[in-house]
Design a binder for this molecule. Sequence first.
Ligand SMILES: N[C@@H](CCC(=O)N[C@@H](CS)C(=O)NCC(=O)O)C(=O)O
Length: 213
Amino acid sequence: MEQKTANIFTLYGSDGSGSAAVEALLAVVDLPFVLETVERDANGAFLPGFKAISPLSQVPVLRLPDGSVITESAAMMIYLADLVPEAGLAPRPTDPERARYLRIILLSAASTYPAYLRFFYSDRYSTDPGGAAGVKAAAEREIWRDLAVLGQLLGEKEWFAGNFSAADIYVAMLVSWCGDLAALAEREPALSAQYDRVKARTKVGEVFRRNGL
Ligand SMILES: N[C@@H](CCC(=O)N[C@@H](CS)C(=O)NCC(=O)O)C(=O)O
């Protein structure tokens, strides 16, 4: 995977995947970037060459203007929001909201995102040929447990950590993956309203719609 454009960010992604939140954040903080859709084989797997920049063969991958690459969507969200402080997408380190902001992003990345992976790729999470159904069912339960936890942490607030931040974009992407926004509105009305607020923001909405979220 060669770097096609120097001096700006390159986001390697796939529509509707974890690259969507990073793409939305890049658009909101107005950093110049190019989006590279990672090619897949006939079975939908990323081509083997992708491992050169993504050892786990996962999107997103972010190439920095200096040519280096990073993986992990949460790292990208935190890094990019901090890079453009004037955009106000991250509480500053001395702001008490910073702790809540980091908690939300890391909880989402460490628990909710992996639960979705177990749901969507259940066959990869069991060596038992008949085990995928149980993995999927347990993952679905965990997704809704996490959405309930996130809903509680949001509470009556408009945004997760003070003002609108990268954490809100990240959670909204994960919320969109639940696949049943009507059920979400019923079960987690606060989180559902937060998702609508995030999507109503012009630049995020454009990127989410382009990604089918
Ligand atoms: N911890 C990683 C997880 C990334 C991940 O698993 N991405 C999924 C798409 S959302 C992926 O690339 N799956 C492999 C595939 O599509 O074959 C991150 O947060 O960036």
